[in-house]
Design a protein around this ligand. Structure first.
Ligand SMILES: NC(=O)c1ccc[n+]([C@@H]2O[C@H](COP(=O)([O-])OP(=O)(O)OC[C@H]3O[C@@H](n4cnc5c(N)ncnc54)[C@H](OP(=O)(O)O)[C@@H]3O)[C@@H](O)[C@H]2O)c1
Length: 309
């Protein structure tokens, strides 16, 4: 509930003075305007009375009709009023208000300086800078700590076969489509041999190639000499993919958070194999079966594993 107790508002005396003067000035001007209107209406009234009814014709002062004298005296009073407002009270005009404003500003500046000195006493500048740097550093560290989702993506047969003579041993168009869909727009990390198994760069993906060869040139791809460096290179991506082959998958198990494995139902002769998935370390969180059809000679299942924490 609101308290009905009136709060005592502290008004700066200087501001109050400024306001009071402004109010008086407005009233003065209003008074002068009223005087002028009454004078105008009164004079016209007297003139009409005189012309229509001969009012005041027989009473004269120093040879003039009395009402003319009255009007002249009134003019004189109006002029005195005018002079009083515009000449004698000119100190309340523009110059005066400007001076008041300057005094006010100077006062506020002095108060700000005092507050600044207080702040500097409490928090010396060097401490403030230090605190600022610490804050920026902690923010950076927080960003680095953000959970990054690293996924290994592979297609392996029941006997873990991956490929033979640097090529795949099956053709599963839907699995290719899924691979493209999941990895598009991301960094893809691969071993030199897998990279060389591609006829060209995969579109809309950033390739990171791991090799021990310091002079290795892979046009359009980032070349590194370890999986750590590959992941560092992929740091702009919150969810990079490790896409093979066998040697890199084996190392990748320690780094990955997820495995998207297409388990091809069959056994194949191969020279490269996917590492065994230890179910005490990995939890199967999703599976989706795909049967054979005219485009797919072998049945397969999409399996999603999540690393246990
Ligand atoms: N089925 C699938 O999902 C799938 C996916 C990808 C690939 N594959 C298949 O897998 C086969 C290729 O796999 P792979 O195991 O033979 O080769 P790979 O893993 O693609 O590449 C191996 C190469 O990576 C580099 N490398 C490995 N360990 C390294 C380390 N610790 N530090 C620096 N560089 C390192 C070496 O390059 P240097 O020799 O240049 O030093 C090594 O020869 C192909 O048959 C391919 O078709 C299958």
């Amino acid at each position: 509930m609101f308290s009905k107790k009136k709060e005592k508002i502290q008004i700066d005396p200087l501001q109050r003075e400024l306001y009071e003067h402004a109010r008086k000035r407005v009233n003065q001007k209003k008074g002068l305007f009223r005087h002028f209107i009454v004078f105008l209406v009164g004079s016209v009234f007297f003139v009409i009375l005189n012309l229509l009814f001969g009012f005041g014709k027989h009473i004269t002062f120093f040879g003039a009709d009395w009402y003319i004298v009255a009007i002249l005296i009134w003019v004189f009073l109006l002029l005195i009023h005018l002079a009083n407002v515009w000449l004698f009270h000119s100190f309340m005009g523009r110059e005066w208000t400007d001076r008041q404003m300057e005094r006010l500003i100077a006062k506020q500046k002095a108060e700000i300086e005092l507050i600044q000195k207080d702040v500097e006493l409490m928090y010396p500048k060097t401490d403030l800078m230090k605190k600022k740097e610490e804050f920026i550093q902690s923010k950076k560290e927080e960003e680095l700590k953000l959970p990054k989702k690293i996924t290994m993506i592979a297609a392996a047969a029941e006997n873990n076969a991956l490929g033979k003579e640097n090529d795949l041993v099956w053709h599963l168009p839907d699995d290719f489509k899924r691979f493209k869909q999941l990895t598009s727009g991301h960094y893809i990390i691969m071993g030199r041999k897998t990279f060389e198994s591609f006829p060209k760069l995969l579109p809309n993906r950033t390739h990171v190639v791991i090799t021990r060869n310091q002079d290795y040139k892979a046009g359009g791809a980032i070349v590194v000499d370890s999986i750590d460096k590959a992941l560092q290179a992929a740091s702009p991506d919150k969810s990079p993919f490790i896409i093979g082959g066998g040697e890199i998958y084996t190392m990748g198990l320690d780094y990955a958070d997820y495995i998207e494995l297409t388990r091809v139902h069959g056994e194949f002769e191969a020279d490269t194999f996917f590492p065994e998935i230890d179910l005490s370390k990995w939890e199967l969180v999703k599976e989706e079966f795909h049967d054979t059809d005219e485009m797919h000679k072998y049945p397969f299942t999409y399996l999603t594993y999540k690393k246990r924490t």
